[in-house]
Structures are given as structure tokens and as C-alpha cells.
Design a protein around this ligand. Sequence first.
Ligand code: PLP
Length: 468
Amino acid sequence: MSSMKYEDMRAKIENIVNQPIRKFKTEELKGIINRYHKNHPKSKAAYERAKKIIPGGVEHNLAFNHPFPLTSKRVYECYMETIDNIVLTDYLMCGGPIILGHQYKPLIDKVIEVIQELGPCHGITNEYEYMAAEQLQKYFPSCKIIRWLQSGTEADMLAIRIARTFTNRKWIIKIGGSYHGWSDQLVYDMHVPGTKLLESHGIPKNVFKWTDSSPPNDIETLKQMFKEKRKVAAVIIEPMGGESGSIPVKPGFNKEVEELCHENKTLMISDEVVCAFRLSMQGGQGYFDYTPDISVFGKIVGHGFPSAAAIGGRADVMSVCAGGVSGGKKAYSGGTLAANPLTCAAAYYAMKYVEETNASEKAIKAATRLSTGLNKLFEDYNLPWFSYNYGATVHFHTSCLFGLDLGDSQQAGELPKRKDFMGEMGAALVDQELISVAGSRFYTCMLHTNEIIDETIQKIDKICQKIE
Ligand SMILES: Cc1ncc(COP(=O)(O)O)c(C=O)c1O
């Protein structure tokens, strides 16, 4: 399970949300923001230029934005250098897919070779399609048939379409707070459980006629929903809990979902976009020991090379998304660039190198060292903050935005303040030449050595000194 007991995590989340956030000392925060401006003038200028042509001046939701986004110059190993020549120890890892480290040379060399022979894309079958699928199946035996797609969003979208086609039912239930990409029907109750339509702008309400969510870790409510809705096509889960385990999953919950689904002839969809090879080589399903009907994979299967995603599952279920133009009842899917040689070769070699180098094991060791060190630090400073890791994903809770109870008006009112604090924490991390996901999550790779982790802990020690 995670590096901390579930009950302890829950207690610590409650503790943080039930007290005012521990803020930066005013002068220290000023110093952090002033240094950010002073140290990153070229990124600031790049942002000003980008703002004139790119919405909000930034393309990446993951990009760290406060007080302005940083612009990259190069990446290598576990480092990212900005155009201001600042070298950051990288724990963003592109939001999860990089586990061998940036620019892993054997992988880059193989991909270049393939492009020189096959080009990026040509439209008929290439051998890497089945080679990569076989490699994926080795670790995900529940995936009897696998189809390559172009993003996690697409794969999740197809997963629910397959489920509806196969079961001839309509309802899809997701777990509150989980993220399954940005397709119309899944932009619902994301990030903070209970927010329902809060982020669903531009999507007509009736699109959600057959989508609903159940609160995290609450099997009784889910059972009740099955009774009310009866014809549930699928339940879709994030194995570690919503937002890659920011809302930690209760041990046994995934298995209970599997059993409930199978009692009701409903399909269980396991969204392994972040878990595969990062939580364990066998992803969430191997780690938590359950067997989904459909699995969804994203960015990590291609180690960050573009257009890499896949969907796999039971042979009978997957038969409804066969390619080509033959007739029969079909969950229509496509994608001119899907399963291109570049992506499939990258996926094949990435999985092979992850296996050969024990990259997951090494990244998990680094993550465990980091979360253990951080907890010791927070105790030393008498801060209510805490950290835990699920495999090679480290969470670092300071304001516990995801733990707020929106039914409680006082906690709901705290949402913007707590969000701002995460931005400030992100800036404080950059001040220490560290880059994280949203100031609350660290992804590790096999090149985060003990020395690098210990140096990171020392840097976060300096941040703790700046708190009131
Ligand atoms: C669990 C999960 N599912 C789906 C997605 C969407 O994947 P993509 O960004 O490739 O569309 C993400 C993205 O981070 C994710 O974390």
C-alpha cells in the first residue's frame, strides 16, 4: 500500500483542513517572489510574448504558473534548465511519464533510427504495434487485446464508449475528484470531490445525463447508486485514488469495486495512465490485486514520446473496437496518427529499458526516501504537513485542497486561499531550484540518487524555516 497507513493519512488530512493554513512569513514570501522575478527575466519576457498569442500565455496545465510560468532551454537526467540558465532538479517529470530520466540515450537513439527508416507516420501496420502490445501485456495480463491511441484522454473516452457498446447500458460512474482526461463526459466532479459541474464550462448539461460520480472510498454509496441506476455500463477508477492518489484510496476499495461491478455485469475500467510502471510494473491492478475488464494507459507507455496511449482488456469486450471498415456493432474509434511507428517503437523500447534497468524499483526507492525524509522534517518543525508515496509518486500535503469538505461552508470558503498557497509553495520550491507538480507532488525517476534526494530534503528544510 502507500508508505503511510490509510487511517493515518485520513487523520492528517482532517487535521490540516480543520485548522488555518500555515502561511509563509510575509517578508519571506516577498523575498521568494522578488527572487523569482529577478532570477527568471527571460522566462518572464517569454511569458509576456506568449500571452499575446497563446491563451493565458501558457500551454501546459501542469506548468508551474505562479507568479509566471518558466520556459525550458534543455532537459537532461533528472534536471531541467530554464532559458535563464537556472538548473532545477526535476520532480515534474512531465507529469509522470519520465522514469528512466530525461534523454535516456539508448531510447533516443532507437527512436531516431526508427524515424530514419519508417518516418513518423505512414498509415499501414508496423511491427512495433504488436511488439509494444506484447511487452505491455507481459505486465498487464488482463489486457488480452490492446489498441494504441494518442492520449490518455482519448483512451478514457474510448473506454466508456466500448463499455456502453458492449453492455448495451448507458450509465458511467466515476469516483469524485478523479481525473480521466478532458473529454466532454468526463470533465465532471474533478479535482475536489463534490464539485460536480464546477469545471464543466462549455459542455451542455445534458451531456452528463448518463455520467455520475460517487464519493471516494465509499462503497455503500456506490452500491446504492447501482440500485438506483441499475443499468451501469462501467465504473472508472484511478487506482491510487483521485488525482494520482492526492485523495488516497482506502485499501480494499478497488477490489470492492471490482466485485460490485462483476456481480452486476458492469465493466470495471482501471485508469493506469499514471500508475503503470510508476506505482509498480503491473500498475494499480497488480499493486492492489484486482482484475479490471478494461485498462487505460497514457503517456508513460511511450516514456513521454508524443501520441502514446493504449487501451487493453478482455478479448470479448475489446472486439467491439476492432479497426478497419468491417460492419457489425462497433464502438467507433480512429486517429490518423495513432499507432504510428515512432510512438510504438518508443513504447516498445521504453518498456524494455524500464524492465532492463529496474527503473521503477529505483524510482520507488527514491520516492520512499523522499517521503520519509519530509515527514521527519515536518515533525521537527512541528508542522501539520505530511508526505506519503504510492510507488514513485510522492504527495506532499500542506494545504490539503483535495481534502476539503464542500458541504461545509467554512471549508468550501477556504478553497481559493488553499489553492493560492499551493502556488506560493511552488514558487518557494523554484526558489530552491526544485520543480514539482502544483507545489504538492513529486514524481521520481531512476536517476534521483540518495544524494539528490537528501539535497532536496535540505532545500525543503529551508522552506520550512520560512513558515510562520
Ligand atoms: C489518471 C489520468 N487519466 C487520464 C489522463 C489524461 O491523459 P492525457 O493527458 O494523455 O490526455 C491523465 C493525465 O494526467 C491522468 O492522470
